[in-house]
Ligand binder design. Structure first.
Ligand code: MG
Ligand code: ZN
Ligand code: ZN
Length: 828
């Protein structure tokens, strides 16, 4: 096989189009009364066949054999090719009416790509004609000075340019005058097949519609030219022809209203067929449809393993896998045949050694069972334990596609363990996911060894766990392991049983929560670290976690221990005991926590936000005193006595100082709330890192504080003030977006107005950011996709050249490292 070194695109000459064409399209009529394509129309059967049973009038082949043939339209007058507008403008600018070039050839040769930076000569060196500026008026009219240049004149001028001059001006692979069309190529009917609707009506392709427009206008134009119609009619028709030919090439030109269907939908013409996400390249060439896949809504199931996925039985009956019958497995396979396609572990097809496929149905079941023997292939249903590949879009990182083992279940949703929500970025507000069933032994082995969920616990980004417990699992962990939590022997037995922990001997009458928790920690684990609930110094027992030989001797287990990103305990188990142990730990501990939480109950309510009256008083007093500081600052500023910071004006300096004071209020209120809040569900969630933060609590029961837009106080609105409720030039906090109220007591109209401004900024930000980062991601992926880290730890590109002599500059695969390093240090 040869190697393609490069591809060059060239323009087609009118002569070439003529040569390629099998017919001229002369009439805008498409079908006659018998619905037969009219000769000389755009569906003329000489351009190919799209109906089964018909034969091509050019090559005589049937549908599928005939590749289709080009036709052509002779244009009544030339029109510009809209795709070459830029080139036409350059050529008009740098050439004279006589065909001479209006720049020194040496100068152009010096910078062939940046010709526009060269000023054209004022006078033609050949004929002495004065140069006048060439202007392009959108969409496609050119002017020399103030006179319009017709396409015909453009063409005549371009014809005079010599080949070498054209070449110099960047026209490679053709004559410049070919950019002005005199003849239009008509693609074969196989390129634009019509579809027959159920009621027998034909629905034509958008390109066909457009071509009919071109032919109709062209015909009318030619007729008018022949009878010598007045100039203004000719001009109008010429413009109309230009419009139809332009939109035939590209129907999304900025300054042209797109040609539309009767329904209002804009037509999909040549450019639209190729361009963007659902164009030929990205939709049909880079992207492919796949078989053996399924898609449905995901929902949570805390009782299956993180390695598993719950698959609806109706999907399991549809997705099959080919199994070759041998002496050893034939009895098992016969059972599947007996079950047939409708009973679950059944089968849908057999494949004979000669490749013949037979569908298993009730009528054929007996016959198939009889002939089925070793060497045959059975396409059996998906069953428990099969390996599948599971994916949630957008697939932004490696963990967006992981392998799971199947667990066939009733109902219609895919079930996933809550710990894998994070890597997929999934929640259950209607998210859908895709499932793929690998068909070959190699694909299955590869998926199992490399892509299984447990193999992806450690993130290739930062080398720590990305799969772990969050939200209620964290609050639950804390409630179990905080000081003085005790369980009876019976409770412990039931909880462990529900978690599937086996072979434990319960010798004591009561167990602390930490002892219960320790049943699922591997015995070899020795680690100590500060927990999230710890504040400042490790004072209380809950603050510092110590695990000796797999026993928690002190400390409360919170997000610092078992969460994705932070979890030190989870990280240690994965590092020291392996992925399988980490998976088992997660499976078991989550079930223990679920069981305990179901027994104890855990809730939050508005009551959690109640503070003592003294807390509110303290906050109000604090705000008042800080406002006084700000007032003083403003005073000093108005007297002109502020010392400006280096590089900043006095106004900017006072603004900075005010911001610092106001931010201090927020921090101080947070502290007041933290010390004043009573023990509650909301506080536990904030302190353990399960959900929310002290800041959220402060917003709700303390005060909202400064609303910043683009990192600054709010100044937009009326002249010199944000709202008409304030004096002009007022710099005080309340006039620029400071909200004194809390969400619970309710914010006033002014505060609501400022809050809405901040809220809108957030919405705009996130929508713009996703778009920009999505495009950036696409470009990075396209640039890097063929780079491979080889076994010699060098990174190679698609051509085999070395990109990095040590992959990643340190030769470390983060997903196999300890947070990017190779020597174990506990990262606290
Ligand atoms: Mg969602
Ligand atoms: Zn043909
Ligand atoms: Zn000239």
């Amino acid at each position: 096989m040869g190697t393609i070194k490069e591809i060059k695109f060239k323009m087609l000459s009118p002569q070439m189009i003529q040569k390629l064409s099998v017919m001229e399209v002369t009439t805008s009529e498409v079908y006659d009364v018998d619905a037969y394509p009219i000769d000389g129309g755009v569906m003329d059967p000489r351009m190919g066949v799209i109906d089964p049973g018909m034969r091509c009038k050019t090559c005589g082949e049937k549908l599928g054999e005939c590749p289709g043939h080009f036709g052509h339209i002779e244009l009544a007058r030339p029109v510009l090719n809209i795709l070459f507008l830029k080139e036409i403008k350059t050529l008009l600018t740098y050439s004279c009416k006589c065909g001479a070039i209006l720049a020194k050839k040496e100068d152009i040769a010096k910078k062939p790509l940046k010709i526009s930076s060269l000023p054209p000569m004022k006078v033609c060196p050949e004929c002495g004609e004065k140069y006048e500026k060439i202007k392009l008026e959108k969409p496609s009219s050119f002017y020399r000075g103030k006179t319009a240049i017709t396409a015909l004149e453009v063409r005549e001028q371009f014809e005079k340019i010599s080949d070498s001059d054209a070449n110099l001006l960047g026209i490679i692979g053709g004559r410049p005058e070919w950019m002005v069309l005199t003849i239009l190529m008509v693609p074969s009917v196989t390129t634009r097949p019509s579809i027959t609707l159920e009621n027998g009506d034909r629905s034509e392709d958008d390109l066909t519609h457009k071509l009919v427009d071109v032919v109709r206008i062209n015909k009318r134009f030619a007729d008018n030219l022949e009878i010598g119609a007045p100039d203004f009619i000719i001009e109008d028709l010429w413009e109309l022809l230009q419009y139809h030919v332009s939109t035939y090439f590209n129907n999304e030109i900025a300054s042209i209203p797109p040609a539309r269907h009767r329904s209002g939908r804009s037509l999909k013409t040549l450019s639209q067929r190729l361009k963007s996400k659902d164009g030929r390249f990205r939709h049909n060439l880079s992207g492919k449809r796949v078989n053996f896949s399924a898609r449905t809504v995901v929902s949570p199931d805390p009782n299956i393993s993180i390695n598993e996925v719950g698959v609806p039985d109706r999907i399991a009956k549809e997705l099959t896998i080919p199994i070759k019958a041998t002496k050893l497995n034939i009895t098992e396979l016969q059972k599947y045949i007996k079950n047939g396609p409708n009973v679950h572990p059944g089968a849908n097809y057999i494949v004979k050694p000669d490749g013949m496929r037979k569908k298993i149905i009730d009528d054929t079941k007996e016959m198939i069972l009889e002939e089925f023997k070793p060497g045959y292939i059975l396409e059996r249903h998906m069953i428990d334990g099969d390996i599948v590949i599971f994916n949630r879009q957008p697939s932004l990182h490696r963990m967006s596609i992981m392998a799971h083992t199947v667990k066939v279940m009733p109902h219609k949703t895919f079930r996933i363990n809550l710990c894998v929500c994070k890597p997929y970025n999934a929640d259950f507000d209607g998210d859908e996911m895709n499932l793929h069933f690998p068909q070959t032994a190699e694909a299955r082995a590869e998926a199992k060894e490399l892509m299984l969920v447990q193999e992806n616990i450690r993130s290739p980004r930062f080398g720590g766990p990305i799969i772990g417990c969050d939200q209620d699992y964290i609050s639950g962990s804390y409630l179990i392991t905080k000081k003085d939590t005790v369980f009876s022997k019976a409770d412990v037995a039931q909880i462990l049983a529900s978690a599937g922990v086996e072979n434990v001997e319960l010798k004591k009458d009561t167990y602390t929560g930490r002892e219960l928790y320790s049943f699922v920690i591997p015995k070899s684990i020795n680690v100590s670290y500060r927990s999230s609930v710890c504040e400042g110094v490790d004072e209380k027992d809950d603050d510092y976690v110590v695990i000796k030989n797999g026993q928690i001797t002190q400390g409360a287990v919170d997000d610092k221990s078992i969460s994705p990103f932070k979890g030190v305990l989870l990280d240690t188990i994965d590092f020291e005991c392996g992925h399988a142990a980490a998976r088992l730990f997660l499976d078991q501990i989550t079930r223990i926590i679920s069981e305990v939480m179901a027994r104890k109950g855990f809730t939050i309510s508005v009551g959690d936000l109640d503070m003592d009256a003294s807390v509110d008083l303290e906050i109000q007093k604090h705000m008042d005193s800080k406002f006084k500081v700000v007032e003083k600052l403003i005073d000093t500023f108005k007297k002109g006595k502020i010392d400006a910071s280096p590089g900043r004006s006095q106004a900017e300096t006072v603004e900075d100082l005010i911001m610092i004071e106001l931010n201090n209020i927020t921090n101080d209120v947070q502290k007041i709330i933290k010390s004043g809040a009573k023990e509650s569900g909301a506080l536990i969630m904030a302190k353990t890192g399960a959900r929310g933060s002290i800041q959220n609590l402060a917003y709700m029961s303390g005060m909202v504080g400064q609303e910043a837009v683009r990192g600054r106080r709010i100044f937009r609105g009326y002249k010199n003030r944000t709202l008409s409720h304030f004096k002009k030039g007022d710099l005080m906090p309340l006039a620029h977006g400071f909200v004194r109220e809390s969400f619970k007591e309710g914010i006033g109209p002014l505060g609501f107005f400022f809050e809405a401004q901040k809220g809108r900024e957030g919405i705009m930000d996130s929508s713009l950011k996703t778009r920009v980062s999505g495009y950036l991601q696409r470009r990075l992926v396209n640039a890097l996709q063929d780079i491979v880290v080889s076994e010699d730890m060098k990174a190679y590109d698609g051509t085999g050249s070395v990109v990095q002599f040590t992959a990643g500059e340190d030769g470390i695969d983060p997903s196999k490292s300890d947070r990017g390093t190779l020597d174990r240090t506990i990262h606290v």
